[in-house]
Design a binder for this molecule. Structure first.
Ligand SMILES: Cc1cc2nc3c(=O)[nH]c(=O)nc-3n(C[C@H](O)[C@H](O)[C@H](O)COP(=O)(O)O)c2cc1C
Length: 340
């Protein structure tokens, strides 16, 4: 059988970082880090995906070191000490498999539940306090050996709550039009960027949809999206990770581009696309794969992130590139509950 994929498994560079393929692993929360400390099993889990042909792994959301970030105890933290040592194990294993790995920094905002900090509750000194937590996490990620850092500004968590008019009702400089709503996320970007050594890429993940509202939008028009993404680029974003549930869906009526396509077109920055890759039945001979390859040929994205299909198949890239469809397992919801 001939390999249906060709350009995607080839080596590439992303904002100066050399990668063995155009496939990224999408960040997926796991609760296997007791006390916020990643274990040797977590390191082996990521190593298997690197061995399976992923160019850039993006970790599960790792909490910044502020009490408001989350109350979860088994979600990993990106903080000095034991968690940093755990992450050093993880980056070491991935590097031994010749992979590259980015740390995703996460603050849950209102999704924390009780004691949440949100755009409506934050006051004066709360802002520098959160920025300090992001700065400390960025320094920790650098010391732990990460190749890049990703800021989670998607899906309805703290930074995305600033971007969305429904959750950002502020009347000070942090609220208002799209550019003003991007002010605090941009301050986080600037803070994190200042902690990274020259040449280390800073990725910013954003989305229109929220986990609790798939129809939500941070930008109703291309002009609003431009205001937000240009603010991110000015603040120091090197790569935009445009989160969608299905990569083939256009964002604005009358234009075929998906969210990554818009991000690239607006900013000229490299972009990562994502959303249901490999999940449709018979993906390797499907119209969705043709669509993905066509968007690549049109330079509408640089990397493709894989999420759930990698939970079922750590080596999906190798199998898919070799056309070995018979060895690819279907993803099942239960795959989310196993660490292997
Ligand atoms: C179990 C699970 C956990 C996830 N956790 C995160 C997360 O921590 N951070 C994040 O930005 N997205 C998270 N996502 C979203 C994924 O990164 C990805 O965008 C989504 O699964 C769509 O890609 P897929 O269709 O290839 O799975 C999660 C998704 C799943 C299924």
């Amino acid at each position: 059988m001939t390999a249906p994929l060709d350009v995607l498994p080839a080596p590439t560079t992303l904002a100066g970082l050399s990668l063995r393929s155009r496939f990224a692993m999408a960040p997926m929360t796991r609760k296997y880090s007791p006390g916020g400390v990643p274990t040797a099993e977590v390191a082996a889990y990521y190593r298997r995906r690197a061995e399976g042909g992923i160019g850039l792994i993006i970790t599960e959301g790792a909490l910044v070191g502020h009490p408001s970030a989350s109350h979860e105890t088994d979600v990993p933290r990106m903080t000095p000490g034991a968690a940093e040592a755990g992450w050093r194990l993880v980056t070491g294993e991935v590097h031994r498999a010749d992979g590259r790995i980015a740390a995703q920094l996460w603050h849950l905002g209102s999704e924390r539940g009780a004691g949440a900090w949100t755009p409506s509750t934050m006051r004066g000194t709360d802002f520098p306090e959160i920025l300090d937590a992001y700065g400390e996490s960025a320094r920790t990620a650098v010391r732990a050996g990460f190749d890049a850092v990703e800021i989670h500004a998607a899906h309805g968590y703290l930074l995305d709550e600033f971007l969305w008019p429904r959750t950002n009702r502020r009347t000070d400089r942090y609220g208002g039009d799209a550019r003003a709503r991007a002010t605090f996320p941009a301050e986080v970007i600037r803070t994190v960027k200042a902690e990274l050594p020259p040449g280390m890429p800073l990725i910013v993940r954003f989305s229109q949809f929220k986990e609790r509202d798939y129809a939500a939008r941070i930008a109703e028009t291309p002009a609003e999206l431009e205001a937000i993404l240009e603010t991110f680029a000015e603040a120091g974003a090197d790569v935009l990770h445009a989160s969608q549930r299905r990569f083939w869906e256009p964002v604005f009526a009358g234009h075929h581009e998906n969210l990554a396509g818009w991000a690239k077109r607006i900013t000229g920055l490299p972009a990562i696309t994502v959303g249901s890759v490999g999940l449709t039945r018979g993906f390797l001979t499907s119209p969705e794969l043709d669509d993905l390859l066509k968007r690549r040929a049109n330079d509408e994205y640089d990397l493709v992130a894989l999420g759930r299909i990698l939970l079922a198949n750590p080596d999906w890239v190798r199998l898919a590139a070799a056309g070995r469809t018979d060895q690819i397992r279907d993803y099942r919801k239960a795959d989310e509950d196993v660490l292997w």
